[in-house]
Design a protein around this ligand. Sequence first.
Ligand code: GDP
Length: 480
Amino acid sequence: DGMNAQDLGKLLHREPAEIVKKLFMLGVMVNQNQSLDKDTIEILADDYGISAQEKVHEDLSNLDKIFEKEMENTEHLVSRPPVVTIMGHVDHGKTTLLDHLRHSHITEGEAGGITQKMGAYQVRHGDKVITFLDTPGHAAFTEMRARGANITDITILVVAADDGVMPQTIEAINHAKAAKTPIIVAINKIDKPDANPQHVTEQLTEYGLIPEDWGGDTIFVNISAKFGKNIDELLDMIGLEAEMLELKADPEQKAVGSVIEARLDQGKGPMATLLVQQGTLRVGDPIVVGHTFGRVRAMTNERGRELKKATPSMPVSITGLNDVPEAGDRFVVFADEKTARAVGEERAKEAQVQERRKTTRVTLDSLFDSLKEGEMKEVDIVIKADVQGSVEALSNSLQKIEVEGVKVNIIHAGVGAINESDVALAEASNAIIIGFNVRPTPQAKSQADSDHVDIRLHQVIYNAIDEVESAMKGMLAPTY
Ligand code: GDP
């Protein structure tokens, strides 16, 4: 049907030479322009994990799949900088720490600080580079994850030494745990007269964060973000943790990554901050970003400096897209602009359909079906209650439920109203929220409605437990 290695290379997002080489390995000797028969195309497509040639086009618009595939590529791995998010309770010093780093450890030793606020920046420390996401707060962190972008390698948990563990500290711990991100504890404000880092450390051990001196494996650093004390030690520890994680990427392939933030600029049009996660992004690259596409026209770093290319873990601000993507969207570079446009348009169409259908999430009503199909090995639950005693009673009882090997897993439990961060966590982790003598805030309610997160409210502990158990057994009374 006239397809040759060049055409296939474009479709499969591979160099034609690689296709020819692969064919050679499969015992087929052709040059790039020779047309291939249907069987050969199928074998080749199969080799790339695609069952039939017909599916090739369809698959191209599945950015997640291309993304996963590129991320698995291990041909020319080199180490890459860690991507770090700072989390913690309000007023414990997240912004102060980010600001301090922004001014004291700018890359390349240039004069002048960061001129563009673009959601992420890189800091130089010795011969190492660290990428910081400039979006403090776990709602942002978890919303990105809910959209499929798990880009954080290390979480810095900031806890004020004069205030100790607070509700959002616990939230942050649970969000980081749900994302399976290692935590480095930064006990901040140690300059304050009433600072008690020892007490904070003791409090944190209750949440499984135990320093090495005490037999655990969590890194603790006492800092003062305001006065820049021990910041170098903190950066050293990030470097150490990054080394242990052996973070690697292949800069030699076409770039894939995620959107950190995006906006419409009056003069420049759609602008997006992209984090390169694999490969090298270059000016001129045809690109599909979420449901939009274009060609990388200009690329700048956080100091407004024009760049020609961006390597793994680098955040860059780009122009040249035909629409504004969303934070957490993935991007993929294509071999040519025509394919990028076709895929982008296809995805824009799909997005409209999806908007109408909305993704299905786990709900108590659908739980039994999901369990039956063997899709789930545990039921993730977020608990919010009016008092700590109820939180504990409810989580203890729920954790005892076991139906046919499936268990309940409490990913977060706390006192207070159900908030937006709870909903984001439930969305990202496909969890159900149970409220005991509490209600969702209006924002959380509308967010849960639009994201289809199941919230169950109860006043009797037994009823809450019974409902979950019945749902797991497929015996939930229908709700009208
Ligand atoms: P965020 O809400 O976590 O981003 O907290 P901020 O960074 O806005 O800090 C809240 C307040 O704590 C501000 O008034 C900061 O100046 C102050 N602060 C932050 N870090 C320190 C510190 O190390 N020492 C002292 N004394 N104050 C700090």
